[in-house]
Design a binder for this molecule. Structure first.
Ligand code: GLN
Length: 304
């Protein structure tokens, strides 16, 4: 498969969508990003790499960080993790409060904000220095020591993070988080602020694409069955209330973020990351979804 040719062709085909959608501006720092950017990188488990356009530009990974947080929590807690958070698709927005109230403070899954805020709480309780160890894990799985937080993005989100603060308060009311709300939110926003490029993200997600390889990065260890189950959760919960549509159009497990990044994997074949800041109404990158839909349609390869 000539992925370089395929993704170059895809880029030409999706150019008509370049101005569709709107970049996230509820985090003021993210509104400063030039929305007219697109990057894509695909890496196979055999080591082939194809990259186009701004594949090396770093962007805010936002909710994609929830996958790294889940990997760490699963590695520490094993199946007892599922007492604190569910694994069912939510069918609601990433920042919805409604379900959390009805379900008495147990988040539906780890990939909505409420679930990830619980993951942040677990890591704060279990680790001596959660911020340092989270970054250490991301750097190890991506094989790149220059990946970092962007504190300006985290502070900008905290200053405007009324909804996430409500979620954290509701969780605290239901005794679903142990640490104080300020520390949990600070760590959650820091995780979201990590910046990576499409090349770095697709490289990191090869660890999830290849469950035959040992998963052991900076002390975070998962069995091959745990890796496959994480992929199952990406398939059912990776795109909030658009998880069904993404599954229908693309047919791969993946995760998106409001920075405009999407990463998806084809188990035992490849990992692919796309980035373009303009989002649809569900908070997912317009060009990103289009690119991945074309990728799996043109290659006739998906998990189905
Ligand atoms: N930091 C963002 C928030 O909590 C992450 C949301 C996202 O990427 N969908 O709102």
């Amino acid at each position: 498969m000539d992925y370089q040719q395929i993704i170059s062709d895809i880029y030409r085909q999706i150019l008509p969508y370049a101005k569709e959608g709107k970049q996230a501006d509820y985090i003021p720092e993210l509104a400063k990003v030039n929305p007219d950017q697109f990057g894509m990188c695909i890496q196979t488990i055999e080591g082939d790499v194809a990259a186009i356009e701004s594949a090396d530009t770093r962007f805010s990974i936002q909710s994609i960080s929830k996958v790294f947080a889940l990997a760490m929590c699963l590695s520490i807690k094993g199946d007892s993790l599922w007492k604190r958070v569910g694994k069912e698709p939510s069918g609601t927005a990433f920042n919805s409060l409604v379900q959390l109230e009805v379900e008495h403070g147990i988040p539906r899954n780890p990939f909505i904000n409420a679930g990830a805020i619980v993951m942040a709480d677990i890591l704060l309780s279990e680790l001596d220095n959660a911020e340092e160890e989270f970054l250490g894990f991301v750097r190890a799985v991506a094989g790149n020591d220059t990946i970092d937080y962007n504190p300006a993005v985290a502070i900008s989100e905290r200053e405007n993070g009324y909804l996430n603060a409500s979620i954290a308060n509701l969780l605290k009311y239901h005794h679903s988080i142990e640490n104080d709300i300020e520390s949990v939110l600070h760590f959650y926003f820091m995780m979201c602020s990590v910046e990576m490029s499409c090349r770095e993200l697709s490289g990191a997600f090869l660890a999830f694409a290849n469950h035959h390889r040992e998963f052991d990065y900076a002390g975070v260890k998962l069995t091959s069955s745990q890796v496959k189950r994480m992929n199952a959760i990406m398939q059912t919960c990776g795109f909030y209330d658009e998880a069904g549509e993404f599954s229908y159009l693309v047919g791969l497990p993946g995760k998106s973020g409001v920075g405009g990044g999407i990463v998806a994997i084809y188990p035992l074949q490849y990992s692919v990351a796309v980035w373009s800041p303009r989002l649809n109404s569900k908070g997912n990158s317009v060009m990103g979804i289009k690119a991945l839909e074309l990728l799996t349609s043109e290659t006739k390869e998906s998990i189905f």
